[in-house]
Ligand binder design. Structure first.
Ligand SMILES: N[C@@H](CCC(=O)N[C@@H](CS)C(=O)NCC(=O)O)C(=O)O
Length: 203
C-alpha cells in the first residue's frame, strides 16, 4: 500500500499509526506547493480528487481518505492498537472526531484563511481544546495506558502548536517526550525528514 503525505502534515498521524501497527507502507511525498509527487510524473489531483492528504491506496487500487477513517482503520489492523470492545472503539472515534474538527480544522483556518482578524479567536479556541484534552490525560496516553491512533493525531497537532508558538498545558511536555521515544514515531519522523520537537526542545 502507498501513503500519500505532506512532510509534517496531518498525514503524519496515519504514517505513525501504520508503523505502530507494523504495516509495511510505501511513502509517496506530495509537494505542498506544486502538488507533485516526489519521483513520479503523476499529479496528486489525479490520485485523490479531494486534493488533500492523507490518502492511502491499497494494493487493489482502492483508496481510503480522511484522518478519522484512516486512524480508525489502522487501529483495527494490529492487536496493540485495536480497541478492546465496542465502547472503546466508539471512544476512539469520539476522540479522533474531536481532534479532527475542533483542532485540526481550526489550525487549517488559522494557517490559511486570509486576513488576521480571526486569528486571536482561533488561537484561543484551539488552546481551549488542548486544555480539554490535557484534563483527560490521566495516564500515559490519551485513552489510557495504551498508545492509540488518537495519540498519533494529537501529537501532530502539538507539533503544529509549537510551529505557531501556541502555548499548551505543561502536561503535554512529558507527553510529547513519551510519544517521541517510541521507535515507530522516530522512524516516521526520520522517513519524513523532520525532527522530534519535544526532545529537541529539552536538549
Ligand atoms: N478532511 C481531511 C482534511 C485533510 C487536510 O486538511 N489535509 C491537508 C494537510 S494537513 C491538505 O492536504 N491540504 C491541502 C489542501 O486542502 O489543498 C482529513 O481530515 O483527512
Amino acid at each position: 500500500m502507498k501513503l500519500y503525505y505532506f512532510a509534517d502534515g496531518c498525514s503524519l498521524a496515519t504514517h505513525i499509526s501504520l508503523r505502530e501497527a507494523g504495516i509495511d507502507v510505501q511513502l509517496a511525498r506530495v509537494d505542498t506547493e506544486t502538488r507533485e509527487i516526489a519521483g513520479s510524473s503523476e499529479r496528486f489531483a489525479a490520485i485523490n480528487p479531494k486534493g488533500y492528504v492523507p490518502a492511502l491506496v491499497f494494493d487493489d487500487g482502492t483508496m481510503l481518505t480522511e484522518n478519522v477513517a484512516l486512524l480508525d482503520w489502522t487501529a483495527q489492523q494490529a492487536d496493540a492498537l485495536k480497541p478492546r470492545n465496542e465502547m472503546e472503539r466508539t471512544r476512539l472515534i469520539e476522540m479522533l472526531a474531536f481532534i479532527s474538527t475542533e483542532i485540526h480544522k481550526q489550525f487549517i483556518v488559522l494557517f490559511f484563511a486570509p486576513g488576521d482578524e480571526s486569528k486571536p479567536y482561533l488561537r484561543k479556541n484551539i488552546a481551549d481544546r488542548f486544555n480539554h484534552i490535557a484534563a483527560l490525560l490521566k495516564q500515559d496516553y490519551l485513552l489510557g495506558e495504551r498508545f492509540s491512533t488518537a495519540d498519533a493525531f494529537v501529537y501532530v497537532m502539538l507539533r503544529w502548536a509549537r510551529m505557531v508558538q501556541l502555548e499548551v498545558p505543561a502536561a503535554f511536555a512529558a507527553y510529547m517526550r513519551r510519544i517521541e521515544t517510541r521507535p515507530a514515531v522516530r522512524m516516521a519522523l526520520a522517513a519524513e525528514g523532520i525532527e522530534p520537537r519535544a526532545l529537541a526542545d529539552a536538549a
